[in-house]
Design a protein around this ligand. Structure first.
Ligand SMILES: NC(=O)c1ccc[n+]([C@@H]2O[C@H](COP(=O)([O-])OP(=O)(O)OC[C@H]3O[C@@H](n4cnc5c(N)ncnc54)[C@H](OP(=O)(O)O)[C@@H]3O)[C@@H](O)[C@H]2O)c1
Length: 278
């Protein structure tokens, strides 16, 4: 069974951290199924695709739309032909400045709903195989730490106990912003409030997924630190390759945790190789 090639599914693979992660995985001998919005551009700007990289095009903004299921079904038929997916890395995200109903809906779609939809697909595909260690990494952000939220909203996020409740919460926020003009400072401190809220919800989603996942699937969130990237053009102490290295190290740790059956000893949030509270 070990002779089967390892397969990873990576989203946002045309981004700074995404492309570095894809390359690190390829170097380590993984087959990578890469999701991107810009397959043609990637193929022309990054050169011919390596043999073990398979790019698929999908825009995550449609993750809340009705036809998303049929778009995913097409991908599932393609992915079924590959060996078992052992690792999912959700990297795709947007970080808008605005706080309005439309922006929030898009941000929730890309940063929260899309990782959940992919998790469902991965779980469905995984059920056809003998249960062996595999894992999911949700790339999140320190900007989603609950300490940035005022106490009412912090409690509301901490009390979300299922994906349905999380979905209702996102709808309610969009509606309150749209109809009652809920202001960002009433919810969270700091810039890019829609991003912060979406990452706090991604962290909560990670915990909910981890609680309900079968014992052979380990699920964690990681903050890549302050990385030079398209999303962070003015800041960035770290190179995308350093963040990609952390992601791969976490993937190795996850597989060890599952093999050694010691999941309860490890928390589910990580930064710079260490567990952190969220
Ligand atoms: N940079 C930092 O300092 C920092 C700090 C904390 C957390 N993070 C997290 O790290 C991850 C990667 O960020 P990055 O810094 O590498 O930013 P980036 O270069 O902007 O990459 C983000 C990628 O997300 C994908 N994406 C955006 N909109 C999408 C959509 N509608 N549908 C599908 N995919 C979409 C795109 O991939 P394609 O181009 O392939 O479509 C995009 O390149 C994000 O989750 C971010 O929140 C970054």
């Amino acid at each position: 069974m070990d002779s089967q090639p390892r397969v990873a599914l990576v989203t946002g693979c045309g981004g700074s951290i995404g492309w570095s992660t894809v390359n690190n995985l390829l170097r380590e001998g993984w087959i990578v199924l890469g999701l991107t919005r810009q397959r043609k551009t990637l193929e022309s700007t990054r050169g011919p695709c390596p043999q073990n990289l398979f790019l698929f095009e999908l825009d995550a903004r449609s993750a809340t739309s009705e036809d998303f299921h049929s778009k995913l079904s097409l991908l599932v038929s393609a992915w079924e032909k590959f060996p078992r997916i052992q690792l999912v890395v959700n990297i795709a995200a947007i970080c808008p400045k605005n706080w309005d109903a439309f922006t929030l809906l898009e941000t929730f779609s890309v940063n929260v709903v899309f990782p959940q939809r992919l998790y469902e697909v991965f779980h469905y595909l995984d059920m056809r195989h003998y249960p062996e260690p595999c894992s999911v990494i949700n790339v999140s952000s320190g900007d989603g730490e609950l300490c940035f939220f005022n106490s009412y909203w912090r409690r509301a996020i901490e009390q979300l106990e299922s994906y349905d409740e999380l979905t209702d919460f996102m709808h309610a926020v969009v509606e309150r912003v749209d109809q009652a003009g809920l202001q960002p400072y009433a919810v969270v401190h700091g810039d890019e409030p829609a991003y912060r809220l979406s990452k706090a919800l991604l962290n909560r989603l990670t915990l909910l997924q981890a609680r309900t996942a079968p014992s052979h699937i380990r699920i964690d969130a990681i903050c890549p630190g302050d990385v030079k990237s398209n999303m962070n053009p003015l800041g960035g102490q770290r190179e995308p390759s350093a963040a990609a290295k952390d992601i791969l190290q976490l993937a190795e740790l996850q597989h060890r945790i599952v093999r050694e059956r010691c999941s309860s000893r490890y928390p589910h949030f990580w930064r710079l190789g260490k567990p952190i509270p969220f």
